[in-house]
Design a protein. Structure first.
Length: 313
């Protein structure tokens, strides 16, 4: 996984503000003479190679123009009037998506702007995983498909921003989960070019398959089930099952099964459910871990202690 980066700035110098914005968004230019408006600018930026979560505060009035290198979804408290791709709107009325290759012009006044940016390559890969190859990575409009979907995107973005301010953001798995939630929320909230009805049907069917698969795994983890069994129980194929899990979790059905079994073994060890002479090996075998050494390595990585220590507690 990539390393994280964090940055924060407070300045009244317009050139510094512009340079900081360019460091995040590449080609962006502030208005010709914003000095007369007494601009004060502050920002907080957190990210990694797939996405950036940012907050920009404009205390004053400024015009800006940008050619963004990635997809950026923004919302605002204050005034932010935008124009892009033949559309225009008011960001205070709801989130909007700004796309690579489309010029963005904005009039900003005393605004607290929250923005999430996702690279073209990352979002395209996520869209292909959900809907198959050949997805056109463009959106027909900057506006959400429905108000409810826009509100959902805002909720996901708020959680991402809150997490970015904590130590949990340094965890690779946490960031993978945040990225997936942001990417899926973006793909669902805004009108991706193509057959919208077919995509909605696909998303709905994968949600059903995911719920069925999770229920089946939870109920049958103690049995010698495989990913083929899980797919059959979920009423789908293995590739579709992988896509269903990819929509909801940062790991596969097989990895989820492994996690459930590891948690069950941990519970048994904690409760002392072993044979008289079996010990750790018996618990490992009960939950499908034939290689005891591998089981112990996975266990120590997951729980920070050895199975023997748990059993002896």
């Amino acid at each position: 996984m990539s390393e994280t980066f964090h940055d924060s700035t407070v300045t009244r110098d317009v050139d510094t503000a512009e340079a900081k914005l360019q460091a995040t968004y590449a080609s962006i230019v502030l208005g010709t003479d914003p000095h007369t408006n007494g601009l004060r600018y502050a920002e907080e930026v957190h990210g990694e190679n797939r996405f950036v979560v940012a907050r920009h505060l404009f205390d004053g009035d400024v015009e800006c123009a940008a050619e963004l290198p990635f997809f950026t979804v923004a919302s605002v408290v204050g005034s932010y009037l935008w124009r892009t791709g033949g559309e225009e709107g008011d960001l205070s009325q709801g989130p909007a998506i700004f796309q690579p290759g489309r010029r963005l012009d904005a009039s900003v006044s005393h605004a607290d702007v929250s923005a999430v940016s996702i690279t073209l390559e990352s979002l395209a890969a996520t869209a292909a995983a959900q809907f198959g190859d050949g997805v056109t990575m463009r959106f027909d409009s900057a506006l959400p498909v429905t108000r409810a979907l826009g509100e959902h995107w805002l909720a996901v973005a708020r959680l991402a921003r809150q997490t970015a301010l904590t130590e949990a953001f340094e965890n690779d798995l946490v960031r993978a989960s945040i990225y997936r939630q942001l990417a899926i929320a973006t793909i669902e909230a805004f009108p991706l070019t193509g057959d919208h009805q077919a995509r909605r049907t696909t998303v709905a069917s994968r949600a059903v398959a995911f719920k069925r698969a999770v229920s089946y795994i939870d109920d049958h983890a103690s049995l010698p089930i495989t990913v083929d069994d899980i797919a059959t129980a979920a009423g789908t194929t293995v590739p579709e099952l992988d896509r269903a899990f990819d929509m909801h979790l940062p790991y596969t059905a097989d990895q989820y099964l492994h996690s459930v079994r590891l948690s069950a073994a941990h519970r048994d060890l904690r409760e002392g459910k072993t044979d008289v002479h079996g010990g750790v090996a018996a618990v490992a075998a009960r939950w499908g871990f034939v290689d005891v050494d591998a089981f112990e390595a996975h266990y120590r990585f997951r729980f920070g202690t050895s199975p023997e220590q748990t059993l002896g507690c």
